[in-house]
Design a protein around this ligand. Structure first.
Ligand code: SF4
Ligand code: SF4
Length: 283
């Protein structure tokens, strides 16, 4: 069972929901929690533990100057503007390269080889029995979030319950993180902005054919428009978390709601079973 936790905007409590869900389920089985918010991963703050870290690299071209005849074919081919051929040398802009390997194929002089370029890291830790945390971290300035997310998902394998915390929004990294999941939890808050971004996120998962439910966080009780939207779009409201100073204080000190107040675990368990039911529906 692979679940994504997503939201159309940042700050809705998406990571909080993912962390509490993983913490709850880890008491009864094996769970892998993946932080795919690779530009700003923060789940490790909820689960401090020693981690093993390795680099993630992508292959990028390296020009063999003595073999290059400066014909320009590689730059002509590259749709990303990562290569510029001058009369006496080839300039390579690694931050623009998408690692497609095409320039190497079109070079008539075999003057391009591949070298590895680091784009980020992958850390794994076991912060409690039953829970493995995988954290993808993109290097600052690198545009290659997607390969980092792909690597993190691959590392999780298929044997456990996998919970994926996506980046906020609806961009490519979110699509990559959500793609292939059995169900998606959309976290929102009951504000006009929250509803607008929920609409965008619901549209993305619907286009990907992934069944989704909604968690309303920091509810002030005025959720009518969100409820109406969910009803109109056949989205189950799986849980409503009220706005509460106590809950905010728990999170502000880096704790988990389900750790500080274990009575909440049954609500998070119930989200999981609702996701299972959704995943069992026809897609
Ligand atoms: S295609 Fe090959 S030979 Fe031509 S400019 Fe590029 S690296 Fe040099
Ligand atoms: S590998 Fe692809 S994206 Fe990178 S420089 Fe070559 S053609 Fe351009």
């Amino acid at each position: 069972m692979k679940l994504a936790v997503a939201s159309g905007k940042g700050g809705t409590g998406k990571s909080m929901v993912a962390a509490n869900l993983a913490f709850t389920l880890a008491w009864t089985g094996e769970v892998t929690l993946i932080d795919c918010d690779v530009e700003e991963p923060n789940l490790h703050l909820f689960f401090p533990a020693p981690a093993t870290t390795r680099d993630i690299t992508i292959p990028v071209p390296s020009i063999v100057e003595f073999a290059c005849k400066h014909c320009g074919k590689c730059a002509e081919f590259c749709q990303y503007g990562a290569l510029t051929v001058l009369p006496d040398r080839v300039l390579f802009f690694p931050e623009l390269c998408h690692s497609c390997g095409g320039c190497m194929l079109v070079c008539p002089k075999n003057a391009i080889t591949e070298v590895s370029r680091r784009i980020g890291t992958l850390s794994t830790s076991v912060p409690m029995k039953g829970l493995q945390l995988i954290t993808g971290t993109l290097d600052t300035g690198s545009p290659h979030a997607v390969p980092v997310i792909r690597e993190a998902k691959t590392m999780a394998g298929h044997n456990t319950t996998v919970i994926i915390d996506t980046a906020p929004g609806t961009s490519c990294p979110v699509v990559e993180a959500v793609d292939g999941c059995d169900a998606c939890i959309l976290v929102t808050e009951s504000t006009p902005f929250g509803l607008h971004d929920l609409q965008l996120a619901a549209d993305v998962v619907s286009r990907l054919g992934i069944p989704a439910g909604v968690v309303i966080n920091r509810s002030d009780g005025k959720d009518d428009q969100t409820i109406q939207f969910c009803t109109d779009h056949d989205l189950d409201i799986m849980m409503t978390i009220p706005f509460s100073r106590e809950i905010a204080a728990i999170q502000n000190r880096g704790d988990l709601l389900t750790r500080a107040r274990p009575e909440w675990q049954k609500d998070f368990c119930s989200i999981f079973f609702k996701c299972k039911a959704l995943a069992g529906r026809e897609r």
